[in-house]
Ligand binder design. Sequence first.
Ligand code: 5AD
Ligand code: SF4
Ligand code: FES
Length: 366
Amino acid sequence: MEAFHERHDGDRSDSASLIADGAEFLADRPAILRTIAAPGGEDAQQLRMSANLLRRRAVGDAVHLRGLIEFSNHCRNNCCYCGLRRDNRRLARYRMTPAEIVSAAERGAALGYRTVVLQSGEDPAFTGPMLAEIIREIKRLGLVVTLSVGEREPREYELWRSAGAERYLMRHETADPELYGRLHPGQTLAKRIALLKVLKQLDYQVGTGFMVGLPGQTPETLLADIDLARELAAEMVGIGPFIPHPATPLADSPGGIVDQTCLMVALARLALPYALIPATTALGSIDPQGRELALESGANVMMPNLTPRLHRADYQIYPNKICLNEEADHCRGCITGRILGLGRIVADDPGHHPLWLERNQALGQA
Ligand code: 5AD
Ligand code: SF4
Ligand code: FES
């Protein structure tokens, strides 16, 4: 455990005491629940500042960039909040070709990104072997590959891991099993958790996460979201506001708010001091300063868009998504400016989770 601190620019506090410090903030659960219910108050501000300080001690000032390639907006699922749901007939559907996906990754590499995230709806047209071949080609570019393609067969996860993918993002969305069932027709939270555990066993760096402000969500379920991320020992935790999409059953529900979302980012940092936590695009879409506020509440990752402009507008999980008309190099510059503006720096290493890196270096595999 000692060694990885040498590589960080935070101070050298021993990791056990750092983890204990984070846990102490979360120990008084009734107080945390009250704070989640009043996210604009003084206590919430305090927790966000504490999370920002713990982030600095644990992982330093570097912000890791991940280039996002949204390669297919076809989806077999019908999540009640999402614009890509299969019942949304108003959406023009697209699939990038493998060559287009690899060339988007090349562009990412040229822009200096060390990681690309391959994301899509749940689209079985991309078979296990097809995706494995795409992963192998992108690995030849020297990039880290993160997958975000939803629920698939464990042997497909295994195939992609052997093809070289290092990380997998699949949010649990909400830790309340009943709410999960209502929002995801035909799906269960139990299955989602079981698959996240499979991904862990395959030694992916696993990202989970949730939306804030879903109809029916309570402070208790939001705290359960943090508990679940910690129980899973998630390497990454993605937290964004729910944004109502007009072509979904939740069109008329109120959306999540910035303060509550940033507070949940802070709680995730306190629960998992070494995690990779993005300042999400959804936060940037509901507030021009949303991502900066998250970076000052514990976040240390940003995910600029690398999807070719032709397809961007059709990857509308939620409305009013930012950067629909910006070229990838513009976003690269914009994001760098925002990071430097906060007195932070852009990471130049691949940005693996320190514990995963240590395990894999011990195995001679990273
Ligand atoms: N608002 C905010 N986030 C959404 N997602 C899907 N639909 C919405 C929405 N309407 C999130 C889900 C999913 C991720 C890719 O996008 O959490 O996991
Ligand atoms: Fe499909 Fe993901 Fe949208 Fe659900 S959230 S409909 S799985 S793209
Ligand atoms: Fe795309 Fe700022 S990140 S324009």
